[in-house]
Write a protein that binds this ligand. Structure first.
Ligand SMILES: CC(=O)SCCNC(=O)CCNC(=O)[C@H](O)C(C)(C)COP(=O)(O)OP(=O)(O)OC[C@H]1O[C@@H](n2cnc3c(N)ncnc32)[C@H](O)[C@@H]1OP(=O)(O)O
Ligand SMILES: N[C@@H](CCO)C(=O)O
Length: 366
């Protein structure tokens, strides 16, 4: 069940804008123990919500690695999302109307500060494990830089220290699709639908891989000359997001993702990552073309106590959501303090974009 926390206190954003009050939609699973040392905080990705057991089945829930019988698991909906926390659909007290397009930029750093504040309000001190994938990993790494002493273990999946030019270009293309829809940000009944569907269709290309499409969407009928299986898949993915997500929120969230840069104001990403005290497990996906393995290798080289695991998956970037048996195993070992900070265990990998093979932890090609 979604719960809500109302914080009647102004929240200044990095941009200088101020949100006068905050609403945090959140889920918890399990019980905070007396020692308050069993907190697992999950940060969700772009279009998910605070119900981590729903969108991470096989990882969060009874009998899985993140078992509520052992841990107090918390997930808070990020600011700007349409799943209950303060967003462009909230009322702007200055106008008495919803913020709409005027909603201020909420950076990944703002969201990390928001989570830290919510943790304070929920009476949570230290966090045993903070984790997140993709944009959730951007939030988790920001938080680990902001409050290094608070986070004991960190798990970052399919994420980066700074959103790449490639990632920003994908997001801008999606915003172009949204803006090209003349109903976007209007009061019409299905405002922004065509734009959102086109945007998601574009995005899905970056979340999957050539091999994913070859395996699942190759047309079985050799006589076909149009209306291919892959086409209906793209349209369906667009429709599926439209059924559950708000085009305006999507627009603003993508701006937040673009803002991600751990090094801003901290003399660079390497210095920022060097502040992280948590023992860190970094999980990469060999077919991830949006956050390629070289980005997680960078995290691993600069977070002092870290280990990189490269998972094989044909699913591409979204493998961090679906490869739960592998992730569960890696995480279980990590939680049992079997993390060995041993450079010798770091193995070479081949980057899916460039096809180059790198030795870890060095950057040199082998
Ligand atoms: C309120 C909420 O629901 S929020 C929680 C859900 N979402 C999130 O948390 C965000 C993160 N999750 C995701 O991004 C996605 O759900 C993922 C990556 C985990 C999985 O994506 P999916 O779309 O389920 O998987 P996949 O890419 O394999 O597509 C399967 C779907 O496409 C359909 N499909 C497959 N091929 C085709 C085709 N050629 N033509 C049309 N439809 C097709 C399948 O029937 C299936 O439909 P269904 O989802 O209605 O069952
Ligand atoms: N598939 C993810 C985005 C990629 O991290 C989501 O919809 O949240």
């Amino acid at each position: 069940m979604t719960r809500y926390l109302y914080i009647d206190h102004p929240f200044p954003l990095e941009s200088g804008a101020v949100l006068p009050t905050l609403t945090a939609a959140y889920h918890t699973y399990g019980t905070l123990n007396e020692a308050k040392d069993n907190v697992i905080w999950v940060c969700h990705a772009l279009t998910a919500n605070s119900d981590a057991a729903d969108w991470w089945p096989g990882l969060v829930g009874p009998g899985f690695t993140l078992d509520p019988a052992k841990y107090f698991i918390v997930c808070v909906n990020m600011l700007g999302s349409c799943y209950g926390s303060t967003s462009c659909r909230s009322l702007d007290p200055a106008t008495g109307k919803a913020y709409g397009l005027d909603f201020p930029l909420v950076t990944t750093r703002d969201n990390a500060r928001f989570f830290a504040l919510v943790a304070d309000y929920l009476g949570i001190g230290r966090i045993r494990l903070l984790m997140g994938g993709s944009m959730g990993g951007q939030h988790a790494s920001e938080w680990a830089c902001l409050q290094p002493e608070r986070i004991e273990l960190l798990c970052l999946l399919a994420t980066n220290a700074r959103h790449s030019a490639w990632g920003i270009a994908f997001n801008e293309s999606q915003r172009m699709a949204l803006r090209a829809d003349t109903t976007f940000a209007t009061d019409s009944p299905e405002a922004g639908r065509a734009g959102l569907e086109a945007a998601r269709s574009l995005a899905i290309l970056s979340y999957r891989h050539y091999r994913t499409y070859q395996a699942t969407q190759t047309e079985p009928d050799p006589a076909k000359t149009e209306d291919f299986r892959a086409s209906s898949y793209q349209r369906y993915q667009g429709y599926k997001l439209w059924k559950r997500f708000d085009p305006l929120c999507y627009y603003h969230l993508s701006r937040g993702m673009d803002s991600h840069h751990l090094g801003r104001g901290r003399t660079g990403e390497a210095a920022a990552l060097g502040r992280i005290l948590a023992q860190t497990l970094i999980i990469s996906i060999d077919t991830d073309i949006l956050f390629p393995t070289e980005e997680q290798s960078f995290l691993s080289r600069h977070i002092p106590n870290s280990r990189l695991e490269v998972m094989q998956s044909d699913y591409g970037h979204d493998g961090f959501l679906v490869e739960t048996p592998t992730i569960g195993r890696l995480l279980a070992d990590f939680l049992q303090d079997q993390l060995t900070i041993d450079a010798a265990t770091k193995h070479a990998f081949t980057d899916s974009l460039s096809g180059r093979t790198f030795a870890i932890p060095g950057t040199e090609e082998v």
